[in-house]
Design a protein around this ligand. Structure first.
Ligand code: FAD
Length: 476
């Protein structure tokens, strides 16, 4: 039986009482939600694959309120599920049982922006797209971008160490996040909200919370380094006959586009079929087995255009790519990007989706899709591959008309064993959440997992923060 399908038994946390509700209502008048209809969307994840039964949603506006909530919950043995935009894909963002949902949605103030250094400081509930729009008006951009930008929040992005479409160029949040303010399980406020590029005074504690998926503390504010808005952006959509050619085109793009290359993404023809069928998106080029989305960002439109032209000429004349189209104007750029960004949405329409977010040596990433197709035979509805080639990150997705335990048992642990055999990671950027928690051993040594357990026990001795997530069931 697949471990990911089974939540662990409820731990002996207290149940919310009338007395608790009186406390919350006094602290958060009108922001303590108990109406089951209003709670529905906080109990179900974006994929509609996991569902909790929380009876209380708390919507603090300040760090002090978060602190008071956690201090109270910790001393009353009440479990808490921190929640941002609820776009997470591993079942980490919704309660498993009746955990209190602590939403950061109303913590959406920008606190400071320094347009000399490009450092933005804001509350954790700011929606990524709103931050991008704010920065663009000031000549900057966020260092990360992802398909869920209209709903996901910066706190959720940091809590999951989200990768996304610009990681190739601007690196991970472990580099761009300069400071965090975090409320610990017992209500203490940890102020690491530095805005310095360099600060080697002792351990870099904020790193612990980046990617901790709400299990070590609630992130209440973030300071982040934002690049200058590029003067010129180009997006190219190309078609290849084989994955090998797609990889050779990647090497060529690195060589010829150099510092202006900002994204190198791919999708296979099965993804394109889903975009056509479910979202009525049309292929802008002729049909091919593989498609590439390349983005360049630079400071000189003529220079970028010349580089791109030379690259495309070389890719075409050496027959690495068979067809392509270029966009320089905003509407067309958006349209080309949607071929990549809307795949997750198209999959949701296709059926119940089993999602795998795998890091592998880049030359291996498509072999897993091919092997999985062969392994499953006719048992799945669709088996598709897409992802961030530039980061060696494959999104392998398998759909079925409905939730299907037999299919799941055929996929797992096959997918994890395959990944471990090639020293890959079973979660490149989505985290472990509820669904992958028990598979951590495929990517981390037992010593590393044990140390994670020690850190968790030290920071959250009662285990109230996002229980049943990230760490395997045999650790608390
Ligand atoms: P939520 O889903 O609400 O929460 C995610 C986790 O973080 C949970 O464990 C939660 O408890 C915790 N959490 C949330 N806020 C806080 C906080 N303030 N303090 C502590 N813990 C907190 N991910 C990528 O990495 N790259 C992609 O390219 C990408 N593309 C996506 C495209 C689509 C269409 C969708 C639906 C999702 C995509 N994702 C991607 C996954 C998801 O959007 C990211 O994981 C995102 O960072 C989650 O942010 P959120 O605010 O929605 O967090």
């Amino acid at each position: 039986k697949s471990l990911s399908d089974t939540p662990p038994p409820r731990r002996p946390f207290s149940r919310v009482t009338e007395e608790d509700l009186t406390f919350f209502r006094t602290l958060l008048p009108d922001r303590t939600i108990t109406d089951p209809d209003l709670l529905e969307s906080s109990n179900v994840d974006w994929l509609k694959s996991v569902k909790g039964s929380s009876e209380v949603l708390l919507r603090p506006q300040t760090t002090e309120e978060v602190s008071q909530i956690l201090r109270y919950c910790n001393s009353h043995n009440l479990a808490v599920n921190p929640q941002g935009g609820n776009t997470g894909l591993v079942g980490g963002s919704v309660p498993v049982y009746d955990e209190i949902v602590l939403s950061t949605s109303l913590m959406n103030n920008i606190l400071h922006f320094d347009d000399v250094s490009g450092i933005l400081t804001c509350q954790s509930g700011c929606i990524l797209e709103n931050l991008s729009l704010y920065l663009e008006e000031r000549g900057h951009i966020m260092p990360l971008d992802l398909g869920a930008k209209g709903s996901c929040q910066i706190g959720g992005n940091v809590a999951t160490n989200a990768g996304g479409l610009r990681l190739l160029r601007y690196g991970s949040l472990h580099g761009t996040v300069l400071g965090l303010e975090v409320v610990l399980a017992d209500g203490r406020v940890l102020d690491c909200l530095s805005t310095l590029r360099k600060d080697n005074t002792g351990y870099d504690l904020k790193q612990l919370f980046i990617g901790s998926e709400g299990t070590l503390g609630v992130i209440t504010a973030v300071s982040i380094l934002c690049p200058q808005k590029p003067k010129s952006i180009n997006v190219v959509f190309l078609g290849c006959e084989t994955f090998e050619q797609l990889l050779k085109t990647f090497q060529l793009s690195r060589r010829m586009l150099g510092e202006i290359l900002s994204a190198y993404e791919f999708l296979d023809s099965e993804c394109l079929n889903l975009l056509k069928t479910h979202l009525k998106l049309h292929n802008p080029i002729s049909d091919c087995p593989f498609y590439i989305v390349i983005e360049t960002q630079g400071s000189d439109p003529n220079h970028d255009e010349e580089k791109l032209h030379n690259f495309l000429e070389q890719a075409m004349t050496s027959s690495l790519v068979v067809d392509g189209t270029v966009a320089t104007e905003e509407g067309k750029i958006k349209a080309l990007w949607s071929m990549r960004e809307r795949i997750t949405e198209a999959l949701r329409h296709d059926g119940f989706t089993y999602k795998y977010d795998i890091s592998l040596p880049v030359e291996r990433i498509y072999q897993l899709v091919t092997d999985m197709r062969q392994h499953l035979g006719g048992r799945a509805k669709s088996v598709v591959g897409y992802g961030h080639v530039g980061d060696g990150n494959l999104h392998l997705n398998i759909t079925s008309p409905a939730k299907n335990p037999t299919l799941l048992a055929a996929i797992e642990p096959f997918v994890y064993e395959w990944t471990a055999k090639f020293q890959g990671s079973i979660s490149a950027e989505h985290g472990l959440g509820l669904k992958k928690r028990n598979y951590i051993h495929y990517s981390k040594s037992s010593q590393a997992v044990a140390l994670m357990g020690t850190i968790k026990a030290m920071l959250d001795p009662n285990g109230i923060l996002n229980p049943y997530k990230t760490l395997p069931d045999n650790l608390k």
